[in-house]
Unconditional design. Structure first.
Length: 328
């Protein structure tokens, strides 16, 4: 890793980062332990509205880390889209977004409560018809390319994503892939779809429930090993407050523990982890070093509110000593 010896932080390099995925509006309500009765009006502590889907979250976290990158996706020309564009434009992140006239921007409503998995209500809007031929060729010309929000991009599912990953790999990109949760709870073709794409992926980043659903394994480490049999590169399983466990193409194992954090809002934590990893890979770090930073970013983000969501490097929680078992 290159950096200033005075602060140990990586300095920007010439490795380019492109993020492709679901740019949308997010609405988060908490705590929601049950749906209101018909005609009812339940009161919750907070409802936050913020940009901008999984891809937008990664981009905003990268911007806070001062990591140069480009963001590709689509929004409608409705009020939600105009607001998302305004927020991203202020950070120089809107120039590559496709604005589709007469279409609605995608919106997800996250229902959160302590000690339970989040639940979502989603309207895909313009993302329903966002296809691989809507992604400009220059989007694939990157050293590091993240495709995220697979299940929030119905128009890209299956062959569309296959073509994008294949073209990016042929252009020399290191491909990173994050699917999110299947809205059909993995009862349809989702497992087959995802596994068939992994031979085109250099770093696959499911969270623990996703990895278990994809493999039927009982724990994250076994799931990572199973998925590594399909992936051409690394499988990085995000394990929440425990950090990550990863498996390499030669059977290497890597565990990175997370620093202790008091969670206020966990939505987008995995996106922030990907951003920290990409920022350090772009600066010349090894995967092990980059994942340590990714875990630090995610752990810091979950303790922050929507008003000041994404941390600068100097704001990150300190790393926790733990087994880092590889160099890449």
């Amino acid at each position: 890793m290159t950096g200033d010896p005075a602060d140990g932080l990586p300095t920007p390099s010439s490795r380019s980062v492109h993020v492709i995925g679901n740019v949308q509006l997010d609405v988060l309500a908490s705590p929601v332990v049950a749906m209101p009765e018909p005609g009812g009006d339940d009161i919750v502590d907070s409802i936050a509205v913020r940009p901008a889907g999984a891809a937008g979250n990664v981009s905003l976290a990268l911007a806070a880390l001062e990591a140069p990158h480009r963001l590709f996706g689509a929004v409608g020309d409705d009020q939600a889209g105009r607001w998302v564009l305004e927020e991203l434009r202020g950070l120089g992140l809107a120039d590559d977004l496709l604005v589709v006239p007469g279409r609605d921007t995608g919106i997800s409503i996250a229902l959160e409560a302590p000690a339970r998995e989040r639940a979502f209500l989603t309207a895909h809007g313009v993302l329903r018809d966002y296809r691989d031929d809507d992604v400009p060729e220059e989007a694939l010309a990157a050293d590091l390319l993240l495709l995220t929000g697979y299940f929030s991009l119905p128009g890209l599912r299956g062959d569309g994503t296959r073509r994008l990953l294949s073209r990016a790999g042929d252009a020399g990109a290191l491909t990173v892939f994050d699917t999110g949760w299947d809205p059909e709870d993995w009862r349809g073709d989702a497992v087959r779809e995802v596994l068939s794409l992994l031979p085109l992926v250099d770093v696959f980043m499911p969270n623990e429930p996703e990895a278990l659903a994809l493999t039927g394994e009982p724990d994250a480490r076994r799931a990572a090993a199973s998925l590594a049999g399909h992936c051409r590169g690394w499988v990085v399983v995000k394990t929440g407050e425990r950090g990550v466990t990863a498996r390499g193409p030669e059977g290497e194992t890597l565990d990175v523990p997370a620093p202790p954090a008091t969670a206020l809002d966990t939505t987008g934590a995995g996106d922030s982890l990907a951003a920290g990893m990409l920022a350090d890979l772009a600066a010349g770090a090894t995967l092990a070093e980059a994942l340590v930073t990714g875990v630090r970013v995610a752990s810091t983000v979950v303790g922050r509110s929507s008003r000041d969501r994404y941390p600068r490097r100097e704001d990150l929680l300190p790393a926790v000593d733990g087994p880092v078992l590889l160099d890449w």
